[in-house]
Ligand binder design. Structure first.
Ligand code: AMP
Length: 205
């Protein structure tokens, strides 16, 4: 049995066609049900659909053999006990610093609102900038507008969300896309089965 952990939402929509091309299908009744472990067209493959941030946790502990999640999530998680096997090239965006204007970044101690605490710390540490992190779980764009922070570190796709809130993208931290990950120990014990799937997905990218 092989268990694959998929990220809910925007990543899932773009993942299903890739899996289908590799021969793995999940019926709409399964996807629309409240079940957490979904059957697939293959007897020896099950799928779990969970939050993107939980995918590396399930895979790291071997509760899922493989998973698909964003690079942003992997950078925060640290990817211990995992191998990143493929860049799927889906759910592409950029991790960026944004503020009301560029002058706002000129601070002795820059206050940053973000849920990407580790990535933000790493980036500003490299620049030698002293920072204070304000951890938020959503609606980061609000923080500079209400004076909670000087800037934010967040994902930017079209830039529309920033624009709608009077913010501009200023500094590029990372290019983000979804990745196929595998539990490092299971990669050895289930190597043949996992490699077959990796090849099947890779061929259709
Ligand atoms: P946009 O307005 O198109 O720049 O999208 C920005 C909003 O969508 C922000 O709230 C981001 O956190 C979220 N977002 C954009 N791309 C992704 C992605 N690939 N994965 C998860 N969230 C994303």
């Amino acid at each position: 049995m092989l268990t694959i952990a998929l990220s809910k939402g925007r990543i899932l929509e773009q993942t299903l066609p890739l899996l289908k091309k590799a021969g793995l299908e999940i019926a709409d009744e399964e996807l629309n049900s409240r079940k957490l472990i979904l059957d697939t067209n293959l007897d020896d493959v099950k799928v779990i659909v969970i939050r993107a941030t939980d995918v590396p946790v399930f895979v790291q502990h071997g509760a899922a053999d493989m998973g698909i999640t964003g690079k942003d999530v992997l950078l925060e998680h640290g990817a211990n006990g995992l191998f990143e096997l493929l860049d799927l090239g889906i759910a592409k965006c950029k991790l960026m610093v944004a503020a009301i204007d560029k002058n706002k970044l000129e601070q002795n101690t820059l206050k940053i609102a973000t849920k990407y605490v580790n990535s933000a710390k790493r980036y500003f540490e490299t620049k030698g900038q002293q920072i204070e992190i304000i951890k938020l779980y959503g609606a980061m764009e609000l923080a500079p507008v209400v004076g909670l922070a000087h800037c934010i570190v967040d994902l930017v796709d079209t830039g529309n969300t920033l624009k709608a809130n009077g913010l501009v993208p200023l500094e590029h931290i990372e290019d983000i896309s979804s990745r196929l990950i595998v539990n490092a120990a299971l990669f050895k014990t289930k190597n043949a089965q996992i490699k077959t799937w990796v090849k099947g997905i890779e061929q259709n990218l």
